[in-house]
Design a protein around this ligand. Structure first.
Ligand code: ADP
Ligand code: MG
Length: 685
């Protein structure tokens, strides 16, 4: 048995960057991929795109300066040659690759300017009888200044000195036919010669299956634990009085759909419990979540508790404010508006009304949850488009005032989160397993389905004509300008130019322009004018993505649709088809520059209008990290398991999580400790 390796502080700091804080974290720092240095490929046979090991003699070595300082070496094997290029290199490397040296190089082959080349290959000097490796070499995720060799040594040492017992009870492991933990780890860190690269690469090997299962199990366990802890915490029991809620229902110009009635009943039941609700309300764009939120708010208010309603953008928050004021003021409930763009004095005044309990309903952006805002008696927090907020913000919200309140024996608010981004089953089960979920699975009646058309850019003129025709009929249209990743300024410029172009082409139309750089008041004025029908055509950047509700709008044109993600396209399309008129969504795309992925996306959005179906396909195209938004893909994300592919493992992990908590609590604790020790926040929110 060896002793624990000493780790210098500088290395510790680098390890911390990789999320390795304890020696035991090294065990689960698994290879990203493997390099096959077990055989040599003759240079004559290598193809661009392959990652191979080749061997030859350096016959040329030169530093060129165009386009930038580059070391270029020619590696020759008989009559065949391959170039090695290095953009960043040390003098020692240049010497290592001197003319006449025999070199083994590993890397991806590509077609370069002079012919086949490898960029930044891994090289070593050899002689004729240097043996080949007998097994695959792991390549670890690392960070600047921490070499594979050092990492590998530390990991090998940790494997030797740290006890790492199997956390799964033998009976469970046997039943599920899972490999044992120790041999899985050893194999992944040090593959034996008999193992094929492909089963390690695609992570189908039994050792990977075991690790992925463990990761999913840890996630399920932590969600369960969180769920249980919540049921021990205390919230005000806000039983339905049906005074304000019935009054609102009586005044509505429509009846609730049965889906809306069902989800409100679920929420209403939760609110009546003396434990904090944490419920996610999922409903496709236009399914009518706002009225459900209003009913939930009234149930809290009729019990004498305040409600906060938060939305991710000013426009959306303001729409809620206007809508709820229209609905609730006649019932004697006046909401207060609070957003970052208010003047300081107005903000203070709003905060005072909230703190004094003068207002029962506060609506706004995340400004509502800043420290300076204190609620007199907060009973319910509602968050719209919750996926737009990062995990951290979500946690901050959950923690809002909670710690002190609980310490003082006061109550914690209930929480209702809403989202129009439908979440596929696997995602819901893993990332939202700590929430209860209600789904509005039905659209209000009287909607005519939106017809989607794919139109290539060459036929732009026809689209202009259609816009005109629709507006002349007394209906309204949106023109959404392209997303330009690289530059917000460019995006703005295209919007301004498109607005100008359309205004010149159709002097008879009243055309507005809305974009993210407008002062909020101006933006609101334009949206209001469009809503009132004063503007017939609205040229906009993607600011209208969420929440805009104009039933008279029946045409949506999305320019450069190939640049947008599926969720975004679906949301935008949901802005039309809200009234009785037949609606259309035109996806204008650049046919020459269409990537495979963009083509796949357009096909999906063209073929389906079902948000859940679209989200499922999106998950397959992009993976969960992007689906949930980059901000959510932080530490809590899975490192090894893939929700697109490992649905079976996830199903098993859910069952085993329950089983462990019930029958093997010690094992559950040990397992969480191993996987979640670093993720304290995500465990105890
Ligand atoms: P979302 O779920 O996208 O937030 P909204 O709450 O904005 O949807 O509702 C979309 C539109 O449908 C609004 O104009 C709303 O007033 C209307 N609406 C909601 N529920 C019903 C219903 N049961 N019958 C008819 N119209 C409804
Ligand atoms: Mg909404």
């Amino acid at each position: 048995m060896s002793t624990p390796a000493k780790i210098p502080p500088a290395t510790l700091a680098k390890l911390a960057k990789l999320g390795i804080h304890h020696r035991s974290d090294l065990l689960l720092h698994l290879p990203l991929r493997y390099e096959d240095e077990t055989h040599l490929a003759p240079i004559a046979t290598v193809q661009p795109g392959e990652t191979v090991q080749v061997q030859g003699m350096i016959t040329h070595n030169e530093v060129t300066f165009r386009p930038r300082r580059t070391l270029v070496c020619r590696l020759q094997e008989g009559d065949d040659e391959l170039y090695l290029r290095f953009l960043n290199f040390y003098p020692s490397q240049q010497k290592q690759l001197a003319v006449g040296k025999q070199i083994r190089a590993v890397g991806e082959v590509r077609m370069g300017y002079f012919g086949l080349e490898m960029v930044h290959p891994k090289c070593r000097a050899v002689d004729d009888d240097t043996p080949l490796n007998t097994s695959l070499s792991p390549v670890y995720p690392t960070t600047a200044g921490l070499s594979q060799i050092v990492l590998r040594k530390l990991i090998t040492n940790a494997l030797e000195v740290l006890p790492h017992p199997d956390t799964l009870p033998e009976s469970v492991r046997k039943r599920l036919r899972l490999a044992d933990f120790d041999s899985s780890l050893r194999l992944l860190h040090n593959p034996t010669p008999d193992i094929s690269a492909s089963t390690l690469e695609d992570r189908s090997h039994a050792a990977w299956q075991r690790i992925k299962f463990d990761e999913l199990l840890a996630q399920q366990l932590s969600m369960r634990v969180h769920h249980r802890e919540r049921s021990k915490r205390i919230a005000p029991a806000l039983a339905a009085q049906q005074r304000l809620t019935d009054a609102l229902l009586a005044k509505l110009p429509f009846a609730l759909t049965s889906a809306q009635r069902k989800v409100y009943a679920e929420i209403s039941h939760d609110l009546a419990q003396p434990h904090p609700m944490q419920r996610l309300l999922l409903g496709d764009v236009g399914s009518g979540k706002t009225i459900v939120a209003a009913l939930a708010a009234l149930q809290a208010i009729e019990n004498g508790y305040q409600v906060a309603l938060m939305a991710p953008t000013e426009i959306l928050a303001e729409q809620h404010y206007l809508k709820l004021r229209e609905w609730l003021e006649p019932l004697g409930v006046s909401p207060v508006w609070l957003s970052g763009s208010l003047k300081k004095k107005e903000k203070t005044a709003a905060a005072e009304r909230i703190a004094s309990g003068d207002t029962m309903l506060a609506i706004g952006t995340h400004a509502l949850f800043q420290q300076s805002v204190e609620f007199a008696k907060l009973g319910l927090a509602i968050v719209d488009e919750q996926h737009k907020f990062g995990v951290q913000q979500r946690l901050a919200l959950r923690n809002k005032g909670v710690a002190e309140d609980v310490a003082e024996g006061r109550n914690e608010p209930h929480q209702l989160m809403m989202s129009a981004t439908p979440i596929p089953r696997t995602l819901a089960m893993s990332y939202y397993a700590d929430l209860d979920v209600s789904v509005i699975d039905e659209l209000p009646p009287g909607r005519t389905p939106v017809v989607t058309k794919l139109v290539s850019d060459g036929r732009r003129d026809e689209v202009f004509e259609r816009v005109r025709a629709v507006c002349m009929k007394g209906q309204q249209a949106y023109w959404v300008c392209p997303l330009i990743d690289e530059s917000e300024a460019l995006q703005l410029q295209t919007a301004i130019e498109t607005h100008q172009l359309l205004t010149e082409a159709f002097p008879e139309l009243r055309i507005g322009l809305a974009h993210g750089k407008l002062p909020p008041a101006e933006k609101a004025a334009i949206m209001a004018a469009f809503k009132a029908g004063e503007l017939q055509l609205l040229v906009a950047t993607t600011v209208i993505e969420v929440g805009v509700d104009v039933p008279n709008a029946s045409l949506m044109v999305i320019d450069h649709a190939e640049r947008m993600g599926l969720a975004q396209l679906h949301q935008l399309r949901g802005r039309v088809g809200r009234g009785a008129a037949e609606s259309m969504c035109v996806l204008l795309f650049q046919s020459e520059k269409l990537s495979e992925l963009a083509r796949a996306r357009l096909k999906i959005i063209y073929e389906s209008t079902d948000g859940f179906e679209i989200a499922q396909q999106d998950l397959q195209l992009r993976g969960p990290g992007e689906l949930l938004g980059a901000r959510q893909s932080g530490v809590a994300m899975l490192r090894f398991a893939d929700l697109g592919e490992d649905e079976d493992l996830l199903d098993q992990a859910r069952l085993v999580a329950d089983e462990l908590l019930q029958h093997h609590p010690e094992a559950a604790r040990a397992h969480l400790q191993r996987w979640m020790a670093n993720k304290h926040d995500y465990l105890h929110v």
